[in-house]
Design a protein. Structure first.
Length: 73
């Protein structure tokens, strides 16, 4: 078995934490799941921004804007 790097361990721990929180929120129904996915999207965007992805927040903003446009009265 290969030795895990610090980054790999961190990613596994983050994933496990996300999955636990998602399961807890799923018990609250679709609203809880939506909160979980929004939290995950922000976390991913922040990480990618740190790693040099200059467009990640713009992409997330466009995605949310599209959703809002679809459901806004």
């Amino acid at each position: 078995m290969a030795v895990q790097t610090k980054a790999e361990r961190r990613a596994l721990n983050q994933r496990a934490h996300f999955e636990q929180r998602q399961a807890e929120r799923a018990a609250r129904g679709p609203r809880g799941l939506a909160e979980s996915w929004m939290e995950r999207a922000r976390a991913i965007a922040a990480t990618r921004e740190k790693n040099g992805d200059e467009d990640v927040w713009n992409d997330l903003a466009r995605t949310v804007s599209t959703w809002v446009s679809r459901y806004e009265a």
